[in-house]
Design a protein around this ligand. Structure first.
Ligand SMILES: [Zn+2]
Length: 323
């Protein structure tokens, strides 16, 4: 069946990574920024492997250099979410790409993002530091997050190249965010192994893990995740597109779930990975036979793990019940 109209919750979505390539190309043309070589002949993003993906991702953000651009970007992301009936989403946003971690500029970008609106879709922000930019910049990012924590900025996280440094290098940044009342998540166990997930839990004290799929190689970690209820933001289509797993059939999401780990499903950077939330659901149905009850349970897990306040959760629960 098509899962397009089935209501959904998405917790792991990079705002810049959700930018439609045509939108980025249009902006670049308006500003005479030459980033032609990041697109293939069909206008899709062109990269091979994770490191090149990061470079293309960062090149695409060159076209997004004014608060107004982020308003338009957020508007188009909200429209895409609405098209797939994603009623609630949390987007990773990086002050690194919004005024270079200058607090005044960051506030302007943030205000612009919040001007975007689509009825029936609620979007919240998770301020995200970029691991391969290093711990000093992560600290500045955390300070931007702490200063703007509130109704829209509900969390703090870390993305980027997992093989740079250790999780512990970033504990100061995460402490700053935690003290400001922000909820915490971090990418780990995507390219790194189970140890990277352990380090992230122990040193950054996160309640969610972005990806975390390599936990499957450590039965003790699987048990620990199941016992503590730490939630994995799993992105199956992303993992297959980037070659973390050769196919969805070999992806551990079903095994993790069967072992009692709380899993959710997201798209990560949908146009880069040629995916949508609808496609993720369709693939999970096709490969693992998941149906309405499974997807309702995924929604429930995602809603419980969402970083928004309880009034927002009540509103979202109502939208999910309308299916
Ligand atoms: Zn991600």
């Amino acid at each position: 069946m098509s899962w397009k109209s089935f209501p959904k919750v998405e917790l792991h979505l990079h705002l810049e990574g959700a930018a439609d390539p045509a939108f980025v190309q249009g902006l670049a043309a308006e500003k005479s920024i030459d980033i032609r070589d990041i697109f293939d002949e069909n206008g899709a993003y062109k990269y091979e492997g994770f490191n090149e993906f990061l470079k293309v991702y960062e090149a695409a953000t060159l076209a997004l250099n004014r608060p107004e651009d982020f308003k338009r970007l957020t508007q188009s992301v909200l429209e895409n979410l609405a098209e797939h009936n994603v009623v609630y989403a949390e987007a990773f946003v990086s002050p690194d790409f919004c005024g270079g971690r200058d607090l005044g500029a960051w506030r302007e970008y943030l205000e612009a993002m919040q001007e975007a609106h689509v009825d029936g879709v609620t979007l919240k922000g998770i301020v995200t530091c970029i691991r391969h930019f290093g711990p000093d910049k992560a600290r500045e990012t955390a300070q931007c997050a702490a200063e703007t924590a509130g109704d829209w900025v509900v969390g703090f996280g870390m993305g980027g190249a997992e093989d740079i440094g250790t999780a512990g290098d970033f504990s100061y940044a995460f402490d700053v965010a935690r003290e400001a009342g922000l909820r915490l998540t971090s990418h780990a166990g995507e390219w790194g192994g189970a140890q990277s997930v352990w380090d992230t839990i122990n040193d950054l004290k996160v309640e969610r893990i972005g990806h975390g799929v390599h936990a499957i190689n450590d039965p003790k970690l699987v048990d620990y995740l199941a016992e503590t209820g730490i939630v994995l933001e799993v992105n199956p289509g992303s993992n297959v597109a980037l070659g973390v797993y050769p196919s969805l059939a070999e992806h551990p999401i079903a095994k993790l779930r069967e072992a009692g780990v709380k899993v959710t499903v997201s798209t990560d950077d949908p146009p880069f990975f040629h995916t949508t939330m609808t496609r993720e659901f369709e693939q999970l149905e096709q490969i693992f036979g998941w149906g309405v009850d499974d997807f309702k349970q995924l929604n429930q897990t995602a809603l419980e793990a969402a970083f928004c306040d309880s009034a927002t959760k009540k509103l979202i629960a109502k939208r999910l019940d309308m299916s």
